[in-house]
Design a protein around this ligand. Sequence first.
Ligand SMILES: NC(=O)c1ccc[n+]([C@@H]2O[C@H](COP(=O)([O-])OP(=O)(O)OC[C@H]3O[C@@H](n4cnc5c(N)ncnc54)[C@H](O)[C@@H]3O)[C@@H](O)[C@H]2O)c1
Length: 265
Amino acid sequence: MEPPALPPIFAPGLFDGKVVLVSGAAGGVGSAVAGLLSRLGARLVLTDADAARLDSVAKPLAALALPADIREVAACDAVVAATRAAYGQLDGLVNAAGVWVEGESARATEADWNRCIDVNLKGSFFLCSRAIPALAKARGAIVNLSSDAGVVGNAGAAIYCASKGGVTVMSRALALELAPLGVRVNALCPSDILSPMLKGQADRFGSDDPEGYLRRLLAHYPQGPAARFLSVDEVAANVAFLLSPAAAGITGAAQMLDFGLTAGY
Ligand SMILES: NC(=O)c1ccc[n+]([C@@H]2O[C@H](COP(=O)([O-])OP(=O)(O)OC[C@H]3O[C@@H](n4cnc5c(N)ncnc54)[C@H](O)[C@@H]3O)[C@@H](O)[C@H]2O)c1
């Protein structure tokens, strides 16, 4: 099933005067988040390891592009420092950088472990860590992209689950630590999203049958034949909601966005 076109649900100018830093901004979710927040008035700082694609997302939005590999703590330091130098404030942080790793655990490599944990968990943590002083000044908010796989196990994806389970509980711990500073922290936990990551998964791990791989994913959803993947715009809308004043009472949440995939069986 095709995802529906989304009607506007946010007031124009909702993020006027706000500065938001988005990681993974060259990717499917990150670029959709950047596009939506820009339309709603935010000034954006966008970061990603892919400098060329980052540039093509940032240019039309007049956003500051800071290419960086967030596996390095020094790179996270530099991104946050450059954000503060450029704008003198930071109101929101969206951690949307991520990589998918799949395969039999018996054959896992140290390189797979390091890449997945370092991008998904370590990089997200250190961007949060370095952004705390500025976010505290602004009484801002963080949204970390976790996953259904950050709440329940996915067979064949133990390393990815370890990284996203870490993101979910790290976000809860940060929410408690930063609540006295007025900073909210939430993990958004989407199911499969129509994005370059999902296409890459199907192409790489679909054993010459990417369509079959995608059909097998959809077979897990409770909607039966009406099951579908999320659009990046649906995910972006939920990120914008969690950053917005409407979500002032929401912190420490592992917000499911998964058609009930993890509700039980
Ligand atoms: N696509 C899905 O089905 C799905 C489902 C649930 C959760 N998620 C999560 O949502 C987030 C966004 O995923 P997406 O679908 O947009 O994926 P994507 O592959 O389209 O985008 C991810 C981006 O992260 C960037 N990145 C990778 N390694 C990096 C590094 N070392 N430093 C900086 N940037 C790096 C990539 O260059 C890419 O632009 C990820 O955290 C992902 O794990 C995705």
